[in-house]
Write a new protein. Structure first.
Length: 378
């Protein structure tokens, strides 16, 4: 019998890629639920093609049957649908947290592309999985790479994780020039095609700070043993170093469809001819560089938020979401993103809350958003 899947954020980049994968695996999976943010036209097309039992629209006026679920509550409804076994969470930002928690408490597998979930509330997410019997399988290419390298290994065998970053469009720019980058320049990612918010996060390297925090919770590895290197070709997605000094890497041309498929079928692998096969000759030379802190100050702030713990990562994430939105609206220059985040986080001057409950996390998130808006106006 085919496995029921919910795709949260079906109209976004991850959601569309997920449906592409599922279209080639119709014998194994069926789409039970989809949700979109505000793209009603595309959601209507997807509903007509897949005929899911549940369709949710977070923001906007639905057409026809896609009004079955409205507002943010539809995310939880889709994630906990009784016919759903796997929830692909492709929502951008903090909005994906409550759906992830609900799905895990309901015993679902969450194929997680929404890295903010673990950044904001890693301990709460782990607790929800333990209590409900759910599981998280990462969709991020870097964490999927690590998972593939550690499959079958014991935690005590791991020595270090190395995540790769493309460096984004400003890898070779000087700090002063980066600070004046335009929206159009920030959205010209050299190797990946992604949504606007995550593309800007790649340009600031905030995405890699978020991924370091995510890796800490996914693989139970201290932050001091999660490193990041710049790898402009985006061919090697992650390394795992073991205690004997051996290193494994996962390799492939840039595509989100492979990690999505692996998250759906883990720990098994199934045939799929829809992605480009790897060719080492075509890949060419592979190079690596250290992260330059002066070029990527937001990454440095994010690692400090990880070190502080508690609600500091949630505050970091919230401040970044507001700053990125303001930048995309051309209300602040690119260089102010890191400045706003640092002011909100208050590194060295504000004790982070414990983050022991969802209320704590959401309160920290709300406060950080307010402070980020105020910082942008000052």
């Amino acid at each position: 019998m085919s496995v029921g899947v919910a795709v949260l954020g079906s109209t976004g980049s991850i959601g569309r890629s997920t449906l592409q994968v599922l279209s080639r695996q119709r014998g194994r999976f069926r789409v039970v639920a989809i949700t979109g943010h505000s793209n009603t036209d595309l959601l209507t097309q997807q509903a007509a093609e897949w005929k899911p039992a549940f369709v949710g629209l977070v923001n906007g006026v639905g057409k026809g049957d896609e009004g079955r679920g409205k507002g943010t509550a539809c995310l939880v409804e889709a994630a906990t649908h009784p016919d759903v076994k796997i929830v692909v969470n492709g929502i951008v930002g903090a909005a994906g947290l409550e759906a992830t928690l609900a799905a895990l408490r309901a015993g679902k597998r969450v194929a997680l592309a929404n890295k903010e979930t673990l950044v904001m509330a890693g301990e709460l997410v782990a607790q929800a999985a333990r209590e409900g019997g759910g599981e998280i399988v990462p969709v991020d290419s870097e964490h999927s790479a690590v998972l593939q390298c550690v499959a079958g290994r014991q935690p005590a065998e791991l020595a270090r994780l190395i995540l790769t970053a493309s460096g984004g469009p400003f890898r070779t720019w000087g700090p002063e020039r980066v600070s004046r980058a335009t929206v159009a320049e920030a959205l010209k990612h050299p190797t990946w095609t992604m949504g606007k918010k995550i593309t800007v996060d790649s340009a600031t390297l905030v995405n890699k700070a978020l991924e370091v925090i995510e890796a800490h919770f996914l693989f139970d590895v201290p932050y001091t043993r999660v490193d990041v290197v710049i790898h402009p070709q985006s061919v090697i997605h992650g390394f795992v170093e073991f205690v004997d000094g051996s290193v494994l890497a996962q390799v492939g041309f840039p595509t989100m469809e492979l990690p999505i498929l692996y998250a759906l079928t883990y720990p098994d692998r199934v045939p799929d001819l829809g992605v480009r096969r790897f060719d080492p000759v075509a890949a060419g030379a592979l190079t690596f560089e250290p992260v330059q802190p002066d070029r990527f100050p937001a990454y440095v702030i994010g690692r400090e938020a990880a070190r502080l713990g508690g609600t500091a990562p949630a505050r970091f994430n919230a401040a970044n979401e507001i700053a990125v939105q303001l930048f995309l609206e051309e209300r602040i220059p690119f260089g102010r993103i890191a400045e706003i985040i640092e002011r909100v986080l208050g590194v060295g001057s504000r004790e982070p809350g414990a983050g022991a409950s969802l209320q704590d996390v959401l309160a920290a998130d709300a406060e950080a958003r307010r402070l980020a808006g105020e910082a942008a106006c000052s």
